[in-house]
Every structure is written in structure tokens, then in C-alpha cells.
Design a protein around this ligand. Structure first.
Ligand code: SAM
Length: 196
């Protein structure tokens, strides 16, 4: 793990991003339930994605699937100062949960939580230097590659509802270079350009 990602993992208190009744389990390296049938991702997956995205100060980042807000907070640590994280969540109660957690832990000025269907991206804030999807898509959602800046990196789990491959897409002019980073397990991405 790079020192920057290690430092971010140490600074963000994961117990502040899980429901009160499971705070004792907050540091287990596993996904944990956050309500509505959704999960906070395992710390190792958050760290791997942060490394593969090459997050650095000043970048504008879009996350699809805010969940608890934890992954957004880790990203915020890495893009500060000068950068910003936009994170979209399709379940209203979780968007509020993420927003509350991010405020309480001091990340509100670095992260904006948006309630809606993230498969459409966030055209009014595009282009993004980095985009990552924290849910499994049937295919790479087209609006997301369209909203990726030149040289930008997109990470998205692609496959079935229960098992996916983590795909990295890099924009080089009109070309999109794709690489399979290996298997992963995420809850499904549900929306117009996701599962239905
Ligand atoms: N990143 C989160 C965290 O740090 O806690 C964990 C994300 S959880 C594995 C996946 C999230 O994606 C769920 O909260 C789910 O509701 C959300 N989701 C699924 N489809 C979505 C969509 N089309 N737009 C926005 N969020 C979506």
C-alpha cells in the first residue's frame, strides 16, 4: 500500500460510518450491513480502488454508490487540498446517512452527496478526473465514460448481480483503454444504465 493510501485509511474512523449496533465490528476487513440491503465495502477493497485510481491532491472525483460515505471520505483524504468528491446514492435514507456521517467526521467541505441515479453520471459537474462505481454493473455505463476527462481513470465492477470483474478504463483522446483487474463482489448497480 502506498504511504498516502495507508495514511488515509488510518485517518478515517470507519466506526463512524457503520450503524451504532455494529460499531464493535467496524474494523473487520469485510463488508458490513448499513441498512436497505446495502453494505459498506471491505477496507481492503476501498484501499485497492484508491490505489488503482491514483488519487492525488486537486482531482475532481465522482463516486456512484455513496452508501455510508466511508469510501468518499477516504477519497477526500487523498484529493485534498484542492480537489472535490461528488458521490451519488439512489436510496434516500442512505444519502442522508452518508451526508450525516461525512458532516460529523469533518469531510462535508470536500464531499457533496447527491440523491439520484448515478448510472447517468453528473453531467453538470463533468468532466471528472476520476470516476468509480461502488456497485456491480452489467456493462460499463456509457454516460460515465462520456464524463471522463482526458487521461482520466474510471473503475467499475462489471458482470452479473453477484460477482463481477473490476474494470479500469483510461481515456486517451477518443480511445478508451480497458484493463481487467480481477474478480470482486459488489451489490448490484440499479438504474437506467445498470441493472433494472
Ligand atoms: N461506497 C459505499 C461506502 O463507502 O459505504 C458502499 C457502497 S455499497 C457497496 C453500493 C451502494 O450503491 C448502495 O448504497 C446502493 O444503494 C448504491 N447504488 C446502487 N445503484 C445505484 C445507482 N444507480 N446510483 C447511485 N447509487 C446506487
Amino acid at each position: 500500500m502506498s504511504p498516502a493510501v495507508e495514511n488515509a485509511m488510518k485517518r478515517v474512523p470507519r466506526e463512524e460510518f457503520v450503524p451504532a449496533q455494529i460499531k464493535d465490528e467496524a474494523y473487520a476487513d469485510t463488508p458490513l450491513p448499513i441498512g436497505e440491503g446495502q453494505t459498506i465495502s471491505a477496507p481492503h477493497m476501498v484501499a485497492i480502488m484508491a490505489e488503482k485510481l491514483q488519487l492525488e491532491p486537486g482531482l475532481t472525483v465522482l463516486e456512484i454508490g455513496a452508501g455510508s460515505g466511508y469510501h468518499a471520505a477516504i477519497s477526500a483524504e487523498l484529493i485534498a487540498p484542492g480537489g472535490h468528491v461528488y458521490t451519488i446514492e439512489r436510496i434516500a435514507s442512505l444519502a442522508s446517512f452518508a451526508e450525516g456521517n461525512l458532516k460529523r467526521t469533518g469531510y462535508a467541505s470536500l464531499v457533496t452527496v447527491i440523491f439520484g441515479d448515478g448510472t447517468k453520471g453528473l453531467p453538470n459537474k463533468a468532466p471528472f478526473d476520476r470516476i468509480f462505481v461502488a456497485a456491480g454493473a452489467p456493462d460499463v455505463p456509457l454516460p460515465l465514460t462520456d464524463q471522463l476527462a482526458e487521461g482520466g481513470i474510471l473503475l467499475v465492477p462489471v458482470g452479473g448481480r453477484y460477482y463481477q470483474d473490476l474494470i479500469r478504463v483510461v481515456r486517451k483522446g477518443k480511445k478508451l483503454e480497458k484493463e481487467n483487474l480481477g474478480g470482486c463482489v459488489f451489490v448490484p448497480l440499479i438504474g437506467e444504465h445498470g441493472h433494472h
